[in-house]
Design a protein around this ligand. Structure first.
Ligand code: ADP
Ligand code: MG
Length: 627
């Protein structure tokens, strides 16, 4: 509880005690009025002030206004009647404030829950100073400094291992505990837990730019992007509150006037009381709070499963996806290519591989990484210059003074070099040296273990179109697609062609349905941002993907996609339950109030009760990761 909330709690408890005492002590007349007024102001003074301030600012209709009018009105009636029955006004205020406090605590708690669920915020970083290890706050560590992470500690900042090797537990980031081995030269990202050995790390980012900070930022700010349901409620409240006030006014004035015309006793007093009750009933607290809270909890639950959703709108959108477009390499396949063979080489095969690996030395593309790995030696970057990467084609560079081109047929065509085809099914990397064809390297990738299952689950979840896009050649694409049960495949696409394809699919999609694109962030950032919902996979460490995507999947398990959709649907059903429940109870109470059956006590109980139940229901969304 924050200090403000504690102060509120003290106010609530002391006013409650005050009221009990007043009920027991028989004071009457002006003294009684003065004492009740004192309690009333103690518990509701801030509400009256807020209401007054809003009126000055021209924003008349809000909850404070409703509560202020209703309770001041009830006070006025009691004074007018000389009944001395001031309890009701004070009690209504008391319950209202109790509800508000409960709601503030629930929101604060779920915010904290999310950070706790994502137990990745490091508290310190170890640096070495005069031979001693000292703890400093991670913010203070400059880029390029050396930090030490001992076994059992969290990696506080992104960097490269310079000494030691260890096993990392990435479960806090990915929701799954697959240990990862790292050793000297490997990238290491913050948020992982160092399980076994001591490592020294040279930081490559400052704390604010490190994976941990960015993820926490993203999750904590997610609720600022509003979903349609939230917008709906905001718009609803704007019309609703004034409408209710008008209704109350009508209820207070019209029936008595009608009775007067009919020559009956107008009983003003009764109708005004009913109108005031009507105001209390109509207070929209439950609705206003439980819906954003539902989304908030859903986003928190999803992040625990390693799925970061950047806003309520995307969480809502996921439930409406009926077209899922996949990128192939690194998304459905592992993106780890093995060299199958080197053909037609005009030089020793190792030399061809060396030239290719050197030319590819600067690229992040899975193909480049795999070629470097196959080459097996560390790459001396001084031997390479003028590297140019052409998306969807390959790379060109000058290696040891020779112009090397390394890529697909399209690249060779571009350079006017005729190349020799290959009968093996695999990704063919043609290499040309000084403008002459020098042979090709056949590499092949394997489908991820869970890809088939993910595709099946998506189909079962009602996704009607599953499409695969790839820059790779037709035979490879068709081979992968048939293994996965995907019938719609487009191959040989440049990054820009992928955007065109997705745009065409966006035109075809049914009304009210959405298209999601799943990629690994390499060569597909434009598509990620163009689609309705861009989902980036395996994003640990990849900046472009975290930037461009709407949903970020921390590890590279394709099964997270159907899981994300299930989480979204569960969350939406909770939100709808709350909307229907809250509006339903409100309508019933409004009716009872208008008929004169409900009094103000019932009204405030209904309001606070619905709110508590709705909040409790909303927090269920926090546990969506068990789906
Ligand atoms: P995908 O759509 O499968 O993710 P990309 O669009 O990244 O593939 O690349 C498409 C094709 O372009 C690759 O299959 C490869 O033939 C070629 N290519 C792209 N980048 C490189 C590279 N760095 N080195 C060699 N070839 C490349
Ligand atoms: Mg790709």
């Amino acid at each position: 509880m924050s200090r403000k909330q504690k102060r509120m709690l003290v106010r609530i408890i002391s006013s409650a005690i005050f009221m009990v005492i007043l009920a027991l002590v028989p004071v009457t007349g002006l003294v009684r009025l003065a004492l009740y007024l004192a309690v009333y102001l103690l518990i509701g003074g801030d509400i009256l002030l807020k209401a007054a301030r809003n009126i000055v600012h021209g924003q008349v209709f809000d909850e404070c206004f409703l509560m202020a009018i209703a309770t001041v009105g009830a006070m006025a009636i009691a004074i007018w009647d000389r009944s001395g029955d001031y309890t009701e006004a004070v009690a209504v205020m008391l319950f209202y404030q109790t509800g508000e406090l409960f709601q503030a605590i629930a929101v604060g708690r779920s915010r904290k829950n999310i950070s706790a669920l994502m137990d990745i915020r490091p508290d310190w970083a170890n640096i070495e100073k005069d031979g001693q290890i000292v703890q400093v706050s991670p913010e203070e560590v400059a880029v390029g400094s050396e930090i030490i992470v001992r076994a059992g500690e969290k990696v506080p900042i992104d960097g490269v291992v310079t000494e030691g090797s260890t096993t990392l537990d990435t479960s806090a980031l990915t929701g799954e505990s697959l240990p990862r081995e790292v050793t000297v030269g490997d990238d290491i990202i913050s948020g992982c837990i160092n399980m076994t050995g001591l490592v020294r790390i040279r930081t490559t980012r400052d704390f604010g730019q490190s994976t941990v900070s960015r993820i926490l930022d993203l999750v904590e700010n997610a609720s600022s992007r509003k979903s349609r349901s939230e917008d709906f409620i905001a718009r609803f409240a704007r019309v609703y509150t004034p409408a209710v006030c008008l209704g109350a006014l009508a209820l207070a004035v019209l029936p008595p006037l009608a009775r007067m015309i009919m020559g009956l006793n107008p009983v003003w007093h009764d109708w005004i009381y009913r109108a005031l009750t009507f105001l209390v009933i109509s207070c929209p607290c439950a609705l206003v709070i439980s819906i954003p809270l539902g989304f908030f909890a859903g986003i928190g639950g999803a992040s625990k499963a390693g799925i970061l959703v950047k806003g309520s709108n995307y969480l809502e959108g996921l439930s409406k996806v009926d077209t899922v477009v996949f990128d192939k390499t690194g998304t459905l396949t592992r993106g780890v290519f093995e060299v199958q063979g080197i053909h037609h080489s005009s030089m020793p095969e190792e030399r061809l591989l060396e030239l290719a690996a050197l030319a590819e030395s600067a690229s992040n593309h899975p193909i480049s990484k795999s070629l470097r790995k196959a080459y097996g030696h560390s790459v001396d970057i001084d031997r390479v210059r003028d590297i140019e990467e052409i998306g969807g084609n390959g790379v060109t560079a000058v290696v040891d003074g020779h112009a090397v081109a390394c890529g697909n047929e399209r690249l060779m065509k571009r350079l006017g070099i005729s190349c020799i085809g290959c009968r093996s099914v695999g990704t063919i990397i043609h290499v040309a040296v000084d403008g002459e064809y020098a042979g090709h390297i056949v590499i092949s990738d394997v489908v991820k273990d869970n890809s088939r299952k993910a595709v099946d689950e998506l189909k079962n979840a009602g996704v009607s179109d599953i499409v695969m896009l790839t820059g790779d050649s037709g035979p490879v694409a068709r081979d992968v697609a048939s293994r996965l049960g995907i019938t719609s495949v487009h191959s040989g696409l440049l990054p820009a062609d992928k955007v065109d394809r997705v745009e065409a699919l966006l035109h075809e999609r049914k009304k009210g349905k959405l298209l999601a694109f799943v990629g690994d962030g390499i060569n597909d950032a434009p598509v990620l941002s163009r689609s309705d919902i861009g989902i980036a996979m395996g994003a640990m460490g990849s900046d472009a993907a975290i930037e461009a995507a709407d949903v970020v999947i921390m590890d590279d398990d394709p099964l997270r996609i159907p899981l994300a959709m299930r989480i979204s649907r569960k969350c939406m059903s909770i939100v709808y339950q709350n909307i229907v429940f809250a509006i339903g109870v409100k309508l019933i109470c409004l009716l009872l109030g208008a008929l004169g059956v409900a009094n103000m006590w019932l009204a405030i109980f209904a309001d606070v009760g619905v709110m508590v139940l709705a909040v409790m229901n909303a927090t269920r969304a926090l546990f969506v990761n068990r789906l």
